[in-house]
Design a protein around this ligand. Structure first.
Ligand code: APR
Ligand code: ZN
Length: 272
């Protein structure tokens, strides 16, 4: 920690004076909740081809042709998501919200951990795995993490022929029209969510805090640039890379779960 003391202090000073802080998070902030990132070594895209798993059609084809590879990976992911809880990074962001510093969190993550940490103004641009939407009538409802994952795991373990019917057997049924519901997550090629608001909030920020994202996926990677253009200070926290070096004012090469509590401590005066 001492190694980046100066950067942490600078970030704490800037944040303590800010009133319209927007946070942009990616998979890295959930890494310390044991949810693998996508592009780190051994990450999800090392295990499965994103062009397969990232689209509904590709997922079905992978199920039908490579179930021996896909299903164990899915089972491992289900375990990780079932056990996942908000970590110190998620909780520190909520502390900063309670201190009147953080206003909005824009996340690319679908794991619901910001919501479970308490964040109230949350823009989930890639949707949420635990929100179901009906394919016929559009009815939406949330599901609880553990029972939902338990249901998927049980049904998955009973499948022996991986075809469309098998995939549909994993679905939640709509209370309104009895049709199939799907998790409300954005698959490749589908429209990302709440873009106008995400860009507006970024452009209105006085500080943009960028946490745990490689910055390779657009439009999410544009939020810090929009904020910078509007005069905001940009602080990046990421242990191994700074995909925003062209616009970051402070780069802290630390884990979010270490850096954020340290920054909160410096702002509240609880740490040296
Ligand atoms: N704290 C902060 N950052 C971390 C941590 C950590 N503990 N661990 C890893 N990171 C960083 C990595 O260095 C990497 O830069 O998090 C970043 C994760 O990058 P990606 O795996 O590319 O995830 P993300 O940026 O969220 O990907 C964006 O790509 O495939 C799509 O839909 C998918 O939402 C995802 C999008
Ligand atoms: Zn319906």
């Amino acid at each position: 920690m001492g190694q980046w003391k100066q950067e942490l202090e600078k970030a704490a000073t800037i944040l303590s004076r800010a009133t319209r802080v927007t946070v942009s998070t990616g998979a890295g902030i959930s890494a310390e909740s044991s949810i693998p990132t996508f592009r780190d070594p051994g990450g999800l895209w090392d295990q499965i081809n994103p062009m397969e798993a990232g689209t509904a059609k590709g997922l079905l084809r992978a199920f039908q042709t490579k179930s021996r590879i896909i299903v164990p990976i899915l089972m491992t992911m289900l375990d990780r998501f079932e056990k996942a809880e908000p970590n110190a990074g998620h909780k520190a962001l909520f502390d900063l919200e309670k201190m009147g510093i953080v206003r909005t969190v824009i996340t690319q993550n679908v794991d619901n951990l910001h919501k479970e940490a308490g964040t109230t103004d949350l823009i989930e641009v890639h949707g949420n795995l635990f929100k179901m939407v009906c394919l016929s009538c559009g009815w939406e409802r949330e599901v609880d993490r553990k029972p939902y994952i338990e249901m998927i795991r049980n049904r998955l373990s009973m499948i022996d022929v991986y075809d469309l019917d098998a995939l549909l057997s994993l679905a939640v049924i709509c209370d309104q029209c009895r049709s199939v519901m799907r998790p409300d997550v954005v698959m490749f090629g589908e429209a990302v969510k709440s873009m106008p608001r995400a860009f507006r909030v970024s452009a209105e920020s006085d500080v943009m805090l960028v946490l745990g994202t490689s910055g390779v996926v657009f439009p999410a990677a544009s939020f810090p640039v929009e904020a910078k253009k509007a005069g905001a200070g940009v602080i990046v926290i990421n242990p191994t890379e700074n995909g925003f070096r062209h616009c970051s004012d402070i780069y802290i090469p630390m884990k979010a779960g270490d850096a954020l509590p340290a920054i909160v401590g410096k702002i509240t005066g609880c740490s040296g």
